[in-house]
Design a binder for this molecule. Structure first.
Ligand code: SF4
Length: 380
């Protein structure tokens, strides 16, 4: 009898879930690897070009929906959930103040890739210590993995109309990770869709990137525009981005299920003060060594200094004009790459236009005040 035949897989599954929780995962679910019914949606999505310049999504082809082609021998996927909602998220306060740089809340702390991969490896080793024949491979936010489809199959939640995994107990402020494994563990039951007739995320999306329920055109999504996209940000979309310089949380913020989300106890995900609630001018003034130092161990570092400046320049163009903004933008004029310069030029034009409109409105207001106070306009 092989080691696999002699082991109680139900008991092992219970142990895996308990080990996962002890490692800091809030939920652990198991699915088989049949994602065939996602293949058509994936093909259509790619066919429409909704992935933008993320060519790696195309490169993996249908491997994304076939885990055993990606990691031969895989028969199950263990999906884990780790909550990240930080204390003092200050959503409204920072989104309302257009001189503050808004950073998606998942990115304010330590790089989740490292945190989750490390814990998944520990979970894999635990399983291996119970059954030496175990082969596993961890994935975290990895291009070839259809993580939301797997999470749905594993009973962690359903895929909401915004295309993120959503749980009735935990909302959607969480990371997902996967352990591809060669053991035929018993699987969990999927959860029913709980979106119902709600369309709040489609309506709130600043760039209308959720083009239909369950379909996001990444080319319009602020997360894609500020993180994945390495070229210019399309001009018509810039004014819609507001002060969001790295990612966007709006579709999650408006989701009614996030009333049930808990604050993360992972101190790794708590905000780093140099990134949380900082003004646009302060972040724009960082030179490259400062950017690298201040974003050490943070997912933000991955976008590099050029995209960082590009994104902040757009937010500055969207802000209420001030002397500080003009000075900060002009101080970099001619000293940056062509990509950043183009966004600085756009921001300066935007600020000048708004300034001119404000001046004109103020002149009209003053004239009206004089008419009311003295009966006659002085310069009429
Ligand atoms: S906002 Fe509404 S439609 Fe969108 S994911 Fe949440 S429940 Fe679903």
């Amino acid at each position: 009898m092989s080691a696999l035949q002699s082991i109680d897989l139900i008991k092992l599954t219970d142990d895996i879930k308990a080990w996962g929780r002890a490692l800091g995962f809030q939920q652990v679910g198991i699915s088989d690897i049949d994602l065939a019914h996602h293949e058509q949606h994936l093909s259509e999505w790619l066919g429409k070009g909704y992935h933008g310049s993320m060519s790696y999504m195309e490169n993996h082809g249908m491997k994304r929906a076939r885990p055993a082609e990606l990691v031969p021998g895989t028969v199950r996927v263990i999906t884990v959930r780790m909550d990240y909602l930080p204390p003092d998220a200050s959503f409204a306060k920072h989104l309302k103040d257009d001189h503050i740089a808004y950073i998606s809340r998942y990115a304010l702390g330590r790089d989740y890739h490292k945190v989750l991969r490390n814990r998944l490896k520990q979970l894999g080793e635990k399983i291996k210590s119970a059954l030496a024949d175990t082969a596993y491979r961890p994935f975290v936010d990895s291009a070839p993995v259809l993580e939301h489809a797997l999470a749905e199959k594993a009973g962690l939640g359903w895929t909401g109309k915004h295309t993120l995994t959503l749980s009735k107990e935990a909302g959607s402020w969480f990371f997902l990770g996967e352990l591809f494994i060669n053991l035929p563990l018993p699987v969990d039951a999927p959860i029913e869709d709980g979106c119902g007739s709600c369309t709040a995320c489609l309506t709130i999306c600043p760039t209308q990137a959720i083009v239909a329920p369950y379909t996001v055109d990444a080319r319009r999504c602020i997360s894609y525009l500020t993180i994945e996209n390495d070229g210019p940000i399309p001009e018509p979309l810039r004014p819609l981005m507001g002060n969001r310089i790295y990612g966007c949380d709006d579709c999650q913020l408006v989701c009614p299920w996030n009333r049930f989300a808990s604050i993360s106890e992972e101190t790794d995900f708590h905000p780093r003060q140099q990134l949380h609630g900082q003004t646009l001018e302060v972040l724009f003034a960082w030179d490259e060594p400062t950017f690298l130092k201040q974003t050490e161990g943070s997912p933000i570092r991955r976008i590099g200094y050029e995209r960082w400046l590009r994104n902040i320049a757009v937010a500055m163009g969207n802000a209420t004009p001030s002397e500080q903004l003009f000075h900060a933008l002009e101080a970099r004029n001619g000293k940056v790459s062509a990509l950043v310069q183009e966004h600085i030029d756009w921001a300066l034009d935007e600020l000048k236009t708004k300034q001119a409109q404000t001046n004109s409105a103020n002149r009209q207001k003053n004239r009206l005040t004089r008419v009311i106070e003295k009966g006659l306009p002085r310069d009429a």
